[in-house]
Design a protein around this ligand. Structure first.
Ligand SMILES: Nc1ccn([C@@H]2O[C@H](COP(=O)(O)OP(=O)(O)OP(=O)(O)O)[C@@H](O)[C@H]2O)c(=O)n1
Ligand SMILES: C[C@](O)(CO)[C@H](O)COP(=O)(O)O
Length: 231
């Protein structure tokens, strides 16, 4: 088995959080959101290296707020991101060694992922090439038109909310990102780019705790989950 490298996009602006400090640098209990995320990946035995993607010019800030000390020994590179999450991920993928077997793409803003979940996704990706954590959607979802009128109601049992990590064979995810770049496809997750190639993607049941810190109430929830884990 070859290298399994994590690419962590953490270059977003956090517009939905609306705070002066970007959400990845906000404190969640004792340390920044991004430090929690990196801490889980650091502890994951299957992951051999980490490439962190931060906003251009924010490398020093990230070092000061998150990467000080000697906690994160697996960080191979800190690279500048782009205007979209997809571009940030691509910039991370572009610096990986050719010897990389699998890439674990995980949002810097998902600090509550657990080692066992990451391992399960890695196992599936090794078997079929592409896999992601996901949870069944709890609400009934409506598809609407631009006037807010309901067009249809997809059956809930077919709907899953996809999370990260999303794990891929290195050559497959590079092919998918390059093809998306050429055709101008922009997607909100990396699986969609592999789907666009017509290749299979396996969803691995995850946890409702693996939330993405997106709006202010997510920090309250995340803190509650962390406190419960410490009990
Ligand atoms: N240009 C971007 C946009 C997003 N991300 C990262 O992708 C992850 C998921 O994105 P999201 O939660 O949407 O973060 P933001 O784009 O920062 O948030 P918002 O959409 O509210 O502005 C985050 O870790 C974020 O930092 C990134 O690396 N580069
Ligand atoms: C990749 C992702 O985490 C899947 O839920 C998500 O799509 C990333 O960011 P978004 O901007 O909130 O869609």
């Amino acid at each position: 088995m070859g290298n399994v490298i994590a690419v962590i996009p953490a270059a977003g602006v956090g517009s939905r959080m609306g705070t002066n400090i970007k959400k990845q640098y906000l404190n969640l209990m004792d340390r920044p959101v991004l430090a929690h995320t990196l801490g889980v990946l650091e502890e994951c035995p299957d992951i051999t290296g980490i490439v962190l993607v931060v906003a251009p010019g924010e490398e020093a800030l990230c070092k000061k707020m998150v990467l000080h000390g000697k906690e994160f020994t697996k960080i191979m590179a800190v690279v500048p991101g782009g205007d979209h999450r997809q571009t940030s991920v691509y910039n991370g993928l572009a610096v990986l060694p050719e010897t990389t077997e699998l890439v674990v793409i995980h949002d810097g803003a998902r600090p509550l992922v657990q080692t066992g979940e990451i391992n399960r996704v890695i196992r599936e990706a090794r078997a079929i090439g592409a896999a992601a954590l996901a949870v069944p959607v709890k609400d009934t979802v409506k598809v609407v038109n631009d006037q807010g009128l309901v067009v249809y109601t997809p059956p809930r049992e077919t709907l899953w909310a996809v999370q990260t990590p999303q794990v891929f064979r290195y050559e497959l995810i590079m092919k998918a990102h390059r093809a998306a770049k050429e055709t101008g496809i922009f997607a909100t997750d990396d699986c969609a780019l592999v789907e666009a190639l017509g290749r299979p993607v396996r969803l691995v049941p995850g946890s409702y705790e693996n939330i993405k810190i997106t709006t202010p109430e997510d920090l309250v929830l995340a803190e509650a989950f962390l406190r419960r884990r410490k009990q």
